[in-house]
Design a protein around this ligand. Structure first.
Ligand SMILES: [Mn+2]
Length: 410
């Protein structure tokens, strides 16, 4: 049995949304991954979370939906079965999100998972294998579920198991935070905890970490992160640049599960961004900036040429406009990062204290705004409604509550 393991495709991501051309890179990379699965005679395409960037259809564009349907249908016709577990971006609490729609249309298979006081996970038997999933959750709370033993594996299966896990896991005692500095200091799942939970696991197909771990091109593994094919923010683009400087491209893993321990081969993708990085000095003049961009563009090969430009806060907007139009003319994409503003890692979560401050600040702001709109609601009630939206509460329930709240005004 051979599986193609990928994760974090983030289809429908807004990363390149301003560019009608670059928007397509997510789908093109999915197409290439499907081709690799077929070319390498994989029985399964395993996506360990965040296949989609959002969890409901209305937050994804039609092109993304239609093209993904086409690609999954081709895979099915070719005899490759697609098994997907939810990540923190596409997990839907009521199990009626985009993954469930694709599942119902028989375009993908999804091991059953229910999140309540405990996470109940039911392995899905397919052929000679069983697939189990632990989803990625908001604020990485799946780490606590595992740590506090609040996971229940339902139904016994004697088949070798692929455990699809969307979280930060310290593989074999190696702390991911030490391997990927941007993740250091974040809570993670202990290796001993997952191996104890899933004693019959042959392979842990991990997702959530966008950087490939291990980096070697082939070897024996019990658990691995293939990394994101494209990523979803400029930090991922910088990681792509960093990987290139070490001689690596973004990749998927072909894992042979008949071997014990499994043997993997990293297949590098060509239909993903080739990235260069340029740091512009303070008060840079337009000519110098343009030269630096031209040099970077000349170093880029391939179809998706991306330059990440780091600049200081006060950089003249004329400079930005010129760089943007130069890149566009060249069929490339330029991504600006402002020093001192965009440096923070997207993985850094604010501490609980900061979150409490945010909620207080939000309440004060709402209190100031409400009279302006002639509304007599309490700020707390508005916050409840905001919470309902962010929890993804069903629309009819939401509308009902809003109507009720507004009619309270009298
Ligand atoms: Mn994720």
């Amino acid at each position: 049995m051979r599986v193609l393991h990928t994760s974090d495709l983030h289809l429908g991501s807004r990363l390149f949304s301003e560019s009608p051309v670059f928007k397509r890179v997510f789908l093109e990379s999915l197409r290439e991954i499907a081709e690799v699965a077929t070319a390498k005679s994989c029985d399964y395409l395993v996506v360990a979370g965040d296949l989609f960037d959002a969890n409901t259809l209305n937050r994804l564009d039609t092109e993304t939906i239609l093209n993904s349907i086409d690609i999954f249908r081709e895979l099915r016709r070719g005899g490759v079965r697609v098994v997907v577990s939810p990540g923190n971006h596409d997990y839907h609490v009521d199990e009626n999100g985009v993954l469930e729609i694709f599942e119902r249309a028989e375009l993908l298979l999804k091991p059953r998972v229910r999140v309540g006081d405990v996470i109940e996970t039911k392995p899905l038997e397919l052929g000679d294998l069983a697939f189990a999933a632990i989803p990625g959750l908001k604020n990485s709370s799946e780490v606590d579920y595992v740590g506090f033993r609040r996971i229940r594996v339902l139904g016994a299966s004697s088949k070798p198991m692929v455990v699809m896990l969307h979280s930060i896991v310290d593989i074999g005692g190696a702390r991911v935070g030490e391997l990927v500095p941007r993740l250091s200091g974040l809570k993670s799942i202990a290796w001993g905890d997952v191996t104890q939970l899933f004693p019959q696991a042959r392979y842990f197909a991990l997702g959530h970490v966008h950087y490939p771990v291990p980096l070697d091109r082939r070897g024996q593994v019990r658990a691995a992160y293939p990394g994101a094919p494209v990523g979803y923010d400029s930090n991922d683009l910088l990681d792509t640049f960093f990987l290139k400087s070490k001689g690596f491209r973004r990749r998927v893993l072909v894992v042979d599960l008949d071997k014990e321990p499994p043997v993997y081969e990293a297949v590098e993708l060509s239909n993903t961004p080739d990235v260069e990085y340029v740091e512009l000095p303070e008060r840079v003049d337009p000519a110098t900036a343009q030269n630096r961009l031209a040099e970077a563009l000349a170093r880029l090969k391939g179809r998706w040429r991306v330059v990440v430009v780091s600049l200081s806060k006060g950089t003249d907007s004329n400079v930005l406009n010129r760089l943007r139009s130069t890149a566009e003319r060249e069929g490339a994409f330029v991504y600006f990062r402002t020093r001192g503003v965009d440096d923070t890692s997207p993985f850094t979560l604010p501490s609980i204290v900061q979150v409490a401050d945010l909620i207080e600040g939000e309440k004060r702001l709402i209190a100031q705004l409400l009279p302006r709109y002639g509304l007599k609601l309490t700020p707390e009630r508005v916050q409840e409604l905001i919470d309902m939206v962010s929890r993804g509460a069903p629309l009819d329930e939401l509308v009902e509550d809003v109507v009720e709240a507004v009619s309270d005004v009298g």
